[in-house]
Every structure is written in C-alpha cells, then in structure tokens.
Design a protein around this ligand. Structure first.
Ligand code: KG4
Ligand code: ZN
Length: 355
C-alpha cells in the first residue's frame, strides 16, 4: 500500500464516526463544467454549473474536442467558486467525487484527472461516480424522504433507461432504448425543424403551440410486454413527413409536428415506466435526466402514477440537467459503503465498463 492509499484508508475509517461529511463533486461528462459542495449527501452547500451551450450552438451540437478544452479552462474557477459559495476551503473537504462514466471520454477525462490531482494533493478519498446513478440521486436532493427501493426512469441526452433501484448502489436494469435516447430524439427532430441546440427545450416550446393529436406517429415497442423501447421509427416517420411536404412545396404546421412527436415520446416513456412499476410492485416512480425538465412528460407520469396508486417524484428543475450536486450525493452513498477508487480510476465512455 502506498502513502496515499494508507492515508485514504485511515480517512475512510475516521469518516465512519464523523458527524458531517463534506463532499466536493465535479461533473464534466458533456458540455457542462460543474462543481458542487454537498453535506451529508443531501444538503447542497453550493452548486455551480458553467454551461458551454452558447459555444456549441453554432455547430448544432456538442463538439467533443471543444468541450474538453473548455472544461480544462473552466474547472479551476468553477471549483473555486463552489468552495467560495459554500464558505469553505479545501481543508474542509472530506472526499472528492467525480463523474467517471458514461459520457464523452475526453470531457470525462478532464474532470477525472482534475479530481485525481486534488484527491492526491489533499490525501482525500476519490470516488468515481456513474453519471446515470447521479441523475437518479438528483431526486434525493429534492425529496428528503425518498429512499430505495423504487423504480427510476432516466431520460437524458445520451441514455434512456428504466431501473429497479433496489438500494443506493444497487441498480438493476429493467429496460432501455434500443437506439436513440429520448433527449437525442428530441434534439434530432428539433434540428430538422431548424431549432437551436439543445433542441429539447426549444421543441417543448414549439409543441406548446401545436395540437398533439394532429399526427399519429408510430410508437416503438409500445404494445410489447418487454420494457425496452425505440425511437428510431418515430424519428424516421417525423423526418419523412417533413421531407415529403418540403418536396411537394406544401406548408406543414411545425408546431403540430412538434406536439405530436412529443406526445408519442411521452406516451412510450409513460407506458413503459408504469409497466415497470407494476412488474416490480413499486410504491414510487422517480424520473431523472435532462428530459425530466419536460413539463408534458412530468404531468403524464404524474397522472399515470396517480391512476396506478403510487407516488411520483422528479428533481427540481435546477437538478434535472447535468450538475455536480447530484454527483456529490451519489458519491456520498459510495463513501458510506466504504467504496473509494484508487488513483488508477479511469474515464470510460460506456456504462458497461467491461466493454
Ligand atoms: O441529462 P442531460 O442534461 O445530459 C445528458 O446526460 O445527456 O440531458 C440533456 C438532454 C438533451 O438532449 C436535451 O435536449 C434534453 O435533455 N432536454 C429536454 C428538455 N430539457 C432538456 N428534452 C425535452 N424537453 C425539455 N424541456
Ligand atoms: Zn446527464
């Protein structure tokens, strides 16, 4: 055991009897440079999110190399701001948590390398966090009574999964998209409609002016008993309608297209999530990920959960998208379980780290 490892082993032991555990968390998996300070897992002392959206907007999507370079520039000021907002210094920190996977590998590496440097220089435990578990943990920040077990629907730009959350660190994958993630489908259709990146929120605004029943689009795997779903057929159907109208020189009501597309995505996610809840006999359904900012999805799940006689939770708006507070929360539960990573922690693009 090297000097760092033995210091960390001692600190992990000392944390068991410490009253307040303060985690500094870092998130750089995509186009947000984020840092947060979280006390005892659920109390957010500060949360700074520096969004690169204006930088990537002119390319119509995230450019990975540009994202990584901006993370490198923004990491130090973002972490310093998070500490200042919390009224703390590095000496008050008990552990460093960082998103290690999944995401853009170059972007992840900037945060992981920074966190490793910090953990090593301060002799602090380092915790590599699963970004998806982080999104689910965002619910703990907004709902203090929430505790596993429950069913979670994670709908983000890169992932759409349904999990049985058996315990804080025990996630069982029940179903997922076979192709596009929900946010990715929103972004692609928004792009075809000429809306700015990221397309999800823009498409939601346009959809509010349209009729969700104007077009009937296919809903992938909707009637099947399985919990997997698909958005590629829906996406192709929407693009075909738009292209055909353009070729014929016909005017098409884009707000109706947006509203009908959104209705189809929401219907698939709602039906599969409720199916999972029933299969699991869950008492609670939790929504997470960037798409949880979508009001139509939230109200559809709320209504379906009420009809099924279960509770529904979703994060406050500020914790729906990528942020470091959720990473600090998820990291805290790893720390509680005595799980810390060595300095050989690596970033990986996929969730399944064996591939
Ligand atoms: O979780 P997130 O911030 O990043 C990833 O981990 O991917 O999710 C970002 C995704 C983007 O695809 C964005 O368009 C989508 O969430 N999104 C929305 C809304 N707000 C963000 N999709 C639909 N409606 C929204 N209001
Ligand atoms: Zn995310």
């Amino acid at each position: 055991m090297n000097a760092y490892d033995s210091m960390v082993a001692q600190k992990l032991n000392a944390l068991k009897s410490k009253r307040d555990v303060i985690v500094l968390a870092i998130e750089t998996s995509c186009d947000e440079t984020a840092a947060a300070v979280v006390k005892n897992g659920r109390q957010v002392l500060s949360s700074i999110v520096y969004s690169q959206i204006p930088i990537h907007q002119k390319y119509g999507g995230v450019v990975p190399e540009i994202a990584s370079r901006n993370h490198v520039q923004k990491l130090t000021p973002t972490v310093e701001q998070a500490l200042a907002d919390a009224g703390l210094t590095f000496s008050d920190i008990d552990a460093v948590a960082v998103t290690a996977y999944p995401g853009l590998v170059g972007a992840l590496l900037t945060g992981v390398s920074y966190a490793k440097g910090l953990a090593y220089s301060l002799s602090l435990p380092l915790i590599g966090v699963d970004h998806i578990m982080g999104h689910v943990a965002a619910n703990y920040l907004s709902h203090e009574e929430l505790a596993p077990p429950f069913t979670a629907l994670v709908a983000s730009g890169g992932h759409s999964h349904i999990f049985a959350v058996n315990d804080y660190l025990d996630f069982e994958l029940l179903g997922s998209t076979r192709d596009d993630a929900a946010g990715e489908a929103f972004d692609k259709i928004a792009r075809v409609l000429g809306l700015a990146y990221p397309g999800g929120p823009e498409l939601e605004k346009l959809a509010a002016k349209g009729d969700p029943g104007a077009f009937v689009f296919p809903m992938g795997f909707n009637s099947g008993k399985g919990l997997d779903f698909s958005f590629s057929g829906l996406k192709t159907a929407v693009i075909n309608i738009l292209h055909t109208a353009k070729q014929r020189g016909e005017l098409i009501n884009e707000a109706d297209i947006a509203a009908s597309f959104q209705a189809a995505v929401v219907s698939v996610l709602t039906q599969k999530a409720i199916m999972a809840v029933k299969q699991q006999n869950s008492r609670v359904l939790a929504l997470a990920g960037g798409v949880s900012a979508n009001k139509t999805l939230v109200s559809s799940l709320e209504n379906a959960a009420r009809e099924a006689g279960i509770s529904f939770v979703c994060p406050e708006w500020k914790y729906c998208g990528d942020n470091a507070a959720m990473i600090g929360c998820a990291g805290y539960y790893s720390l509680l379980a005595g799980q810390a990573d060595g300095l050989d922690l690596n970033a990986t693009a996929r969730r399944d780290r064996s591939r």
